[in-house]
Design a protein around this ligand. Structure first.
Ligand code: NAD
Ligand code: TYD
Length: 354
């Protein structure tokens, strides 16, 4: 058994599907089902005894304790978090609660559980903390990409809360010898991503003939990684990573937001031309910049490649084609996630422009 937190979210659900396909052991999936959690992401596992879903909060120490003593997992893969920068600007409290207090609760309960394990089980146990490149702050155009030794300099409430959780994980290893692994990954894209994030938001807005909102001048740079490659990297780190270490994971694929949006538009032009015959890029609309918007993220992923032999399989071209196709083929999934709460968020963030 492994325990996955946040397994009904974007990356967590991709990870569970990948795990069930490639590994032998079962998964307990602890997820609170916030607006970002969606059991439809795991619909193909319905009736599969290797996936046990538990709705609950990682901040609930008693629940976590009970799950650990009942299922005796050999590893915890910790995805659960509030994950959207713009939401952290509107309402940071939830980010502090889940990302910091939740990670603390999980670490505390996991450490206590780990201390009760017998020698062999104890040395095999792993706590893998899934984090982000945003903890390193923002790069200038000519700066070298982030390495594992780059100083932390988080700029948003989201990245600050993730940085705090990374520090807690580090401290539990250093102080208690608790067997941790931390991964810091760049921007993911792929199936099941909630359409508040750039790529699925652009796909859905384009298909609905709505404006495609570009913050600021559109020249901010992100490194994009296909979610399937992230999942493979996490499995490699879990299997072979050195205890207490952190591993940067990235796609070697830096792009400006404007280039990303143009790429998505031209794939849509090819696969599903707009009814009015206009190119989707004609919907691009420049909107007010995000406060404190980080200019550039770039990941140096040489450590994981050298130590563990991991490299991304997808290029941006192959990954983004798969992704756009997936959204075109999953109208029902889209319909489900874009009801209620989603409309409230879009109204709040984009106002009349939406
Ligand atoms: P997501 O927002 O899609 O999913 C988060 C999941 O966590 C949801 O299913 C939600 O219900 C659950 N959750 C939230 N609060 C919880 C709580 N208190 N208790 C239990 N479950 C809770 O996020 P994602 O994009 O899948 O990201 C997963 C992890 O990967 C996060 O830790 C994030 O910081 C990290 N990460 C994301 C990216 C990215 O590009 N999306 C990149 C690098 C790292
Ligand atoms: P996002 O997907 O929110 O990820 P992150 O902020 O974690 O990198 O945003 C990716 C980039 O796209 C970021 O520079 C902000 C920008 N962006 C827009 O220009 N317009 C939008 O509507 C959104 C959601 C993001």
């Amino acid at each position: 058994m492994i325990l996955v937190t946040g397994g009904a979210g974007f990356i967590g659900s991709n990870f569970i599907l990948d795990w069930i396909a490639h590994e032998q052991s079962s998964v307990i999936n602890l997820d609170k089902l916030t607006y970002a959690g969606n059991q439809n992401n795991l619909a193909t596992l319905q009736g599969n005894a290797r996936h046990v879903f538990v709705q609950g909060d990682i901040c609930d120490a008693e629940l976590v304790r009970g799950l650990l003593s009942m299922h005796k997992p050999r590893a915890i893969i910790h995805f659960a978090a509030e994950s959207h920068v713009d939401r952290s600007i509107h309402g940071p409290a939830e980010f502090m609660q889940t990302n910091i207090n939740g990670t603390f609760t999980l670490l505390e309960e996991a450490k206590t559980y780990w201390q009760t394990l017998s020698g062999e089980e104890q040395s095999a146990f792993r706590f893998l903390h899934v984090s982000t490149d945003e903890v390193y702050g923002s790069l200038g155009a000519d700066d070298a990409p982030f390495t594992e030794t780059t100083a932390y300099a988080p700029n948003s409430p989201y990245s600050a809360s993730k940085a705090a959780s990374d520090h807690l994980v580090r401290a539990y290893h250093h102080t208690y010898g608790f067997p941790t692994l931390t991964t810091n990954c760049s921007n993911n894209y792929g199936a099941y991503q909630f359409p508040e994030k750039l790529i699925p938001l652009i796909i859905l807005n384009a298909l609905n003939g709505n404006p495609l909102p570009i913050y600021g001048d559109g020249q901010n740079i992100r490194d994009w990684l296909y979610v399937g490659d992230h999942c493979t990297a996490i499995r490699e780190v879990l299997a072979k990573g050195r205890l207490g270490e952190t591993y940067n994971i990235g796609g070697w694929n830096e792009m400006t937001n404007l280039d990303v949006v143009h790429t998505v538009c031209s794939i849509l032009d090819e696969l599903k031309p707009a009814a009015d015959g206009k190119p989707y890029a004609s919907l691009i609309t420049y909107v007010k910049d995000r406060p404190g918007h980080d200019r550039r993220y770039a990941i140096d992923a040489r450590k994981i490649e050298k130590e563990l032999g991991w490299k991304p399989v997808e290029t941006f071209e192959t990954g983004i084609h798969k992704t756009v196709r997936w959204y075109l083929e999953h109208a029902k999934w889209i319909e489900n996630v874009t009801s209620g709460e989603y409309r409230t968020w879009i109204g709040k963030q984009y106002g009349a422009a939406s």
